[in-house]
Ligand binder design. Structure first.
Ligand SMILES: C[S@@+](CC[C@H](N)C(=O)[O-])C[C@H]1O[C@@H](n2cnc3c(N)ncnc32)[C@H](O)[C@@H]1O
Length: 210
């Protein structure tokens, strides 16, 4: 994914900008960021045959809604190996409060976006649910079909918005990995939510087509 040949990272790219969208306040984001940085550095070392001197620097943005406990996250960071890794690493970490359904970065600046188990959160409850979905606070077995439809439409709108915003923010050859929870049956009120689904996007080929 990050190779000297395909342009996402090349010798002149001194700094890679990454984001975890919906990072929450626990250790998962630190494990995954650490894993991604190690993988990029391993690949760069092999392909470029360079010394550590030529490894990229990293800007890593940890995004979540403003109410997220960013203080806890940055306290955990002190005990993690994200910043240093196994090599001498130049990694700069930033908290990025805001909704991933809004612009978070300037145009064409983001190399890699990652999000796990966050995109099932809608931007808001679909309009009219107070009267239509009376006794429920979300989709439930007793919800009428129009509620299922309203949530599905809201999801389509939100996901399209998400892709279009990231499409503006990412560099031409940027990559994005999204992990969702899914279910093995069609019934949206079913609680069998154990199926992990991962989607990998290459901006140039996949996101433009959305
Ligand atoms: C289930 S947690 C996933 C945490 C972490 N990514 C993981 O894999 O363990 C979902 C996170 O998404 C965040 N989230 C929900 N909607 C969001 C939005 N519009 N913008 C940014 N973060 C959002 C929530 O605040 C929550 O921390």
């Amino acid at each position: 994914m990050f190779s000297a040949e395909n342009g996402v990272f090349h010798a002149k790219s001194k700094c890679l900008k990454l984001v975890d969208l919906g990072c929450s306040s626990g250790p998962n984001t630190l494990f995954i960021i650490s894993y991604i940085l190690n993988a990029i550095e391993d690949l760069c070392s092999k392909r470029i045959h360079s010394s550590d001197h030529h490894l990229p620097e990293f800007e890593v943005f940890l995004n979540d809604l403003p109410d997220n406990d960013f203080n806890n996250l940055f306290k955990l960071l002190l005990n993690s190996n994200v910043i240093n890794g196994s090599r001498k690493r130049h990694c700069f970490l930033y908290g990025l409060p805001g909704s991933f359904y809004s612009r978070l970065f300037p145009s064409n600046t983001l190399h890699f976006a990652y999000s796990s188990y966050s995109l099932h959160w809608l931007s808001h409850v679909p309009e009219g649910m107070e009267s239509t979905n009376k006794e429920n606070i979300c989709i439930a077995r007793t919800s009428p079909p129009e509620v299922f439809e309203a949530y599905a439409k809201q999801y389509q709108r939100d996901f399209s918005t998400f892709l279009s915003l990231r499409g503006e923010e990412m560099i031409a050859d940027g990559r994005m990995v999204l992990t969702f929870r899914g279910r093995s049956v069609e019934d949206p009120s079913c609680t069998d939510l154990i199926l992990p689904i991962s989607l990998c996007f290459h901006k140039h080929f996949d996101m433009v087509a959305q």
